[in-house]
Design a protein around this ligand. Sequence first.
Ligand code: KG4
Ligand code: ZN
Length: 346
Amino acid sequence: MVVNVLGIETSCDETSASVLNSDFDILSNVVLSQDEIHAPYGGVVPELASRQHLTSIGYVVQECLKRAQLKLEEISAYAATQGPGLIGSLLVGLSFAKGLAYYFEKPLIGIDHLEAHIESAFLETRDIAFPLLALVVSGGHTSTFFMKKKLDYELIGKTRDDAAGEALDKIAKFLDLDYPGGPVIDRLAEKGNPRKFFFALPHMTDGSLDFSFSGLKTAALKLIKEHKISKSHPRFFDFLASFEMAVIQTLLRNLAQAIKLFKPKSLILCGGVARNKKLRQHFTEFAQKRSLSSFMPSPVFCTDNAAMVAALGLEKLKSGKKLFFPLDLNAYPRLPSFQPFSKQKK
Ligand code: KG4
Ligand code: ZN
């Protein structure tokens, strides 16, 4: 039976639609970024984001179907991001998908954004051994999940304040760099020496696997003021390289802790910050040193995209669980609350 799943992603500032067939082949994946709209403000403006999704969503879906050479009648199921994300943005994609599913009487599958990021690692290889640990590093989230098997997600750590991407973006903004700051720091830090500035790495005193990046951000701001760091400072690139390295080490040190406790066979790195070249390199070496298999999506699938949403929709469809047509499916802005992980409980 031919199955085509249309995925829709509008959780933040990318309007995206994608179609996958039953073999997980990506028939098309259209991503329309709103970077230009938010750049003058140095960050995502939620109201502008939802309005832009509303303007673009129809065209993005149209273009996606055109590239996949499919008609809406040939779509067998819809998958749309439910949360976490910006509520106004989420509602645009979810409502659009709901309307289509209702009209064509097809299933609609609500997708969690962080679970979709993890699924992005499976887009290019289906062959990842479980159990695994997945580190989701994006602009809004820094979270670690333990997965015993497919579709089984246990959140074991998350950031208590800023996300890693958010910290990179905020420091870039402070230094008057282009938006979004993460990719700019990635590019400029290559010219610097990461050992020139010292950052004390944050660690949780309660034994939890949570993250915190606001301390690093404050330390960076203090150094910027102390050394009067600006684009014209002779050690500007060294500063960026050192800050980037502190973020990478914080992520990997936390992952090392989680590996000791959960003993996974594979590691996944995903989310927008997983595009970072230094992080990719250090993550690969980190896994090799521990004889673990490591997986990262190609850069294009690290940042928000609907291919990962459609893939997780297809996975859920194939799992055989009964899918209802939920007309009451709603969006949620935040991660569901969870008990912080503590070693004592293990
Ligand atoms: O996953 P994503 O597209 O959106 C969220 O779900 O938040 O991630 C966006 C984040 C931004 O903070 C952006 O600066 C960061 O990913 N990012 C990068 C790079 N490319 C995107 N950070 C570091 N290096 C990059 N090359
Ligand atoms: Zn994301």
